[in-house]
Design a protein around this ligand. Structure first.
Ligand code: ATP
Length: 258
């Protein structure tokens, strides 16, 4: 059983991991948010980051992106220290608040970010077409982002993060506000991306989404209380559903009696 509480839990081999976090300690607003967490995100797989509100998911993602002040510990991303300038074009990050321009159209946003992501070397217009198609917004190109629904706006952010075919995608609750059909099509997209070698770290509140992931990381109050594949979560808790397993772990911090 890996509760994340042992001094050195067994994780994917560091050499093959997309992200390795060791003894990461983060304080925010004078409170200890991550008290010394260690984990890894395997390459070419979908890793779900789950946990109650306030458990530290976004803080962990920010540390991986190199934009979070950390008290101690190490974060290694694609073989480089988090925040290394060389990582900028290799990682796509979608925050909870969509980070696109509301006074530009969908297409103008995609074109703008394509020029940044591809520089002079690529075909930005083609790339913009491709990513809008992939997120199901090809027919919304002319609409101002400010007039889109919340779910559509977050898909524009996702489209922009896909530009340049990043090796790692860090997505903070990308399916919030989407109907079940759209959610299913996004998970299909995530699976295709993983199939082409991209590593994905995806946070969610919605436990039934856990079953789409290859690997789960469950946080509770900044501690890793479970890591492993979804079926191991059910087996180890004896729960009938991912929801029930999560409630059990979230409330006790244990994976069930063994
Ligand atoms: N800017 C900040 N200043 C002080 N404390 C913060 C700040 N941002 C977050 N926190 C605190 O850090 C803790 C972890 O927050 P974080 O956003 O990482 O959680 P989360 O798991 O992503 O939550 P949610 O699912 O609600 O987005 C919370 O207790 C939160 O109140």
């Amino acid at each position: 059983m890996n509760t994340g509480r042992s001094a050195r839990p067994e994780f994917a081999d560091d050499a093959t991991a997309a992200v390795t976090v060791r003894s990461l300690r983060v304080e925010r607003g004078g409170a200890l948010v991550l008290p010394g967490i260690s984990l890894s995100v395997p390459a070419g797989k979908i890793t779900g980051l789950l946990g109650p509100s306030g458990s530290g998911k976004t803080t962990l993602m920010r540390a991986i992106m190199g934009i979070q002040l950390v008290a101690s510990g190490t974060v290694t991303v694609l073989g480089e220290p988090a925040g290394d300038p060389g990582l900028r074009r290799r990682i796509g990050y979608v925050t909870q608040a969509p980070s696109v321009y509301s006074d530009l159209t969908v297409r103008e946003n995609a074109d703008y970010f394509a020029r940044i992501a591809l520089g002079r070397g690529g075909a930005p217009r083609q790339a913009a077409d491709d990513v809008l198609e992939r997120v199901g917004l090809a027919d919304r190109g002319k609409q101002l982002v400010g007039t889109l629904s919340g779910g559509q706006r977050s898909r524009v952010s996702l489209a922009c993060a896909l530009l340049g075919s990043p090796d790692l995608l860090v997505l903070d609750e990308p399916t919030v506000g989407l109907d079940p059909v759209l959610r299913a099509s996004l998970w299909e997209l995530f699976r295709q991306l993983a199939g082409s070698g991209c590593s994905l770290l995806i946070s969610s509140h919605v436990m039934d989404e856990a079953t789409h992931c290859d690997q789960l990381l469950l946080l509770r109050a900044g501690e890793l209380v479970f890591h492993g594949p979804p079926n191991a979560l059910l087996e180890r808790t004896g729960a009938a559903s991912a929801d029930e397993a999560f409630l059990q772990i979230a409330s006790t911090g244990r994976e069930g009696d063994e």
